[in-house]
Ligand binder design. Structure first.
Ligand SMILES: Cc1cc2nc3c(=O)[nH]c(=O)nc-3n(C[C@H](O)[C@H](O)[C@H](O)COP(=O)(O)O)c2cc1C
Length: 174
């Protein structure tokens, strides 16, 4: 069970050379967490192993972003994205995440993720998109939330002549 945590307005950062690494099983239960993950999220290895990865989910994140993540990795492709996560005490930290399927003999046996510090300019660009997605999700109701916010995101990015992956990669590299 995920404990109820009240989000704070305090940001936690980590060094540019540090990477937050985790592995999960097919259902998103954590099977490996590196030291940086434990230090930034402030959970012990014992608390993380076996827990669902939503243990660090921040309520500001739109559900559609995670649907996009899962749809992509379950198809066997890697996903890039910006994610706002929450520490054990409710503080937040932004990451640039790369999530990839872990293949064995051609079959997906789990997933792993490597995250780096998200550039400030990227956070400034992504945050308003996520805020609008959250608003749309609340308006649409639980059953339609992901479809509605993802449809809005796709339309918005098409208007800007880009897509989520291209936008994320260009924001990370700029
Ligand atoms: C390898 C891997 C890494 C993940 N990393 C995160 C993460 O850092 N933060 C997060 O909120 N969700 C992460 N997720 C997605 C979660 O499994 C989950 O879908 C998300 O937190 C939404 O949870 P909810 O459906 O309970 O709201 C990851 C999933 C996988 C497979």
């Amino acid at each position: 069970m995920k404990p109820r945590i009240t989000p704070t307005q305090t940001e936690v950062t980590f060094a540019p050379h540090e990477t937050i690494v985790s592995k999960t099983d097919l259902k998103g239960r954590i099977t490996y967490a590196n030291r940086v993950f434990m230090k930034v999220a402030n959970y012990s290895e014992e608390e993380l192993l076996g827990a669902q990865h939503n243990i660090v989910r921040h309520p500001d994140m739109p559900r559609g972003a995670f649907k996009h993540l899962w749809d992509t990795i379950q198809e066997g492709r890697e996903w890039f994205g910006f994610v706002k996560n929450m520490t054990k005490e409710g503080h937040y930290y932004w990451v640039f995440a790369n999530v990839t399927p872990d293949f064995e003999a051609g079959r997906i046996v789990g997933y792993f993720s490597v995250r780096r510090q998200a550039p400030r300019a990227a956070i400034r660009a992504i945050e308003p998109l996520y805020t609008e997605m959250r608003r749309i999700e609340q308006e649409a109701g639980a059953a339609q939330a992901c479809a509605a916010s993802l449809a809005w995101l796709t339309a918005k990015l098409t208007e800007l002549r880009t897509d989520y992956e291209s936008l994320v990669l260009s924001l990370f590299h700029d």
